[in-house]
Design a protein around this ligand. Sequence first.
Ligand code: G1P
Length: 244
Amino acid sequence: MTAVIPAAGRGTRFLPVTKVLPKEMLPIGSRPALELVIDEARDAGAERIVVVISRGKELIREYFEGAPGVVFVYQEEQLGLGHAVLQAASAPGFPGTESGEKILVLLGDALVAGCSASREMLAVSVANGGADVIGLERVPPEKVSRYGIAELDGGRIVALVEKPAPEEAPSDLAIAGRYLLDAAIFKKLATQGPGRGGEVQLTDAIDAMLHERTVFGCVYSGRRQDIGNPRGYFKALEAMGENT
Ligand code: G1P
């Protein structure tokens, strides 16, 4: 399996330290957060891990230089999460859109305390005939506009909407930093126009595939830790500390 870890964001919510330290390199104990994300991908069976970075975040490449199976690609323009993920397709040997292979996408600034979200999602996929799976978490109704929100029918996702207004949100189930997707998503991403915030959204590309692919939701048992802002980082230190 191939994993893609987008880690190209500017880290504006964590300035000024992100002027010199990518947020993904913030320490969780003695190791950078991104190493924990890479470990989760490897543990779930990813033998190739494509990390998407941007110019100025070379520290990430330097730290992981020589790490088995880890390759780097650049996102030259910050055009959104969907665009960042799309850049991974330029990595040597990346699975073709018709290959039928699964791609595990793990957001580089999202840690999960208390479980392997990726393993739980793989189990949901296996239990549902190899379906695609999106990791979900419940969020308070007043926070739905910060996330991609899923509408489910049984366990199956029937619609996804990126950062809806609270009155338009189909549920309180938010996309939570982990995706297990057929490589066909890269065909959609290649033609996906800008959505919410003028950015190319991964959420929109998956939503556009729902009529042709079965996608299940998986409310994983652990807690997502957003290290992209100081408050989330402090919480992550505490939560991950309990798990190490
Ligand atoms: C991204 C996704 C969103 C998801 C969130 C947390 O948003 O676009 O759908 O809910 O990550 O995983 P961002 O936090 O980058 O704005």
